[in-house]
Design a protein around this ligand. Sequence first.
Ligand code: SF4
Ligand code: SF4
Length: 156
Amino acid sequence: MEDISQKILKAKGVYRSLELPPEVKEASTELSKAIGRKAEILRALGLSEICKRCDTEEGGSCCGRGIENYYDEPLLLLNCILGVSLHVKRRDKDSCLFLGTQGCILMARHTLCVNYLCEKILNRFSPYSLMELKEAEGRELEYTFRLCERLRRYFQ
Ligand code: SF4
Ligand code: SF4
């Protein structure tokens, strides 16, 4: 498997020389909006606060070391397009490379990261109360997938 630092360098290299096609710009704006809507739902449910506490006070964040390896170049490039400054320095030896002091630094995330809810959350919320969140995540993943498919050609 290719090293994540190499993938980040490649994505950054393509980003620097990329003239963004208008349709990618437009789709990226739609994705940002979808991510924003999901963040509002997370806040309204209190999930953002629960996860923040879990990470900073209870030492239980689910963002473990190695998850960064699921990220490929198109998804990393998409993050550059969305304004994320990708770093290659790990904050904690047992945590995902992308876990910063304020949580995940990424905007566009892998399906694994978007869909994951731990037992603690699942025991606390009914499937019905999570329905709106799941719908928002579905839209976010659809935009992410479509954009990554368009960006893939820059790495061929
Ligand atoms: S999903 Fe669960 S394990 Fe992960 S940060 Fe939130 S509360 Fe913690
Ligand atoms: S949410 Fe972000 S920090 Fe957490 S595992 Fe996924 S990429 Fe890493």
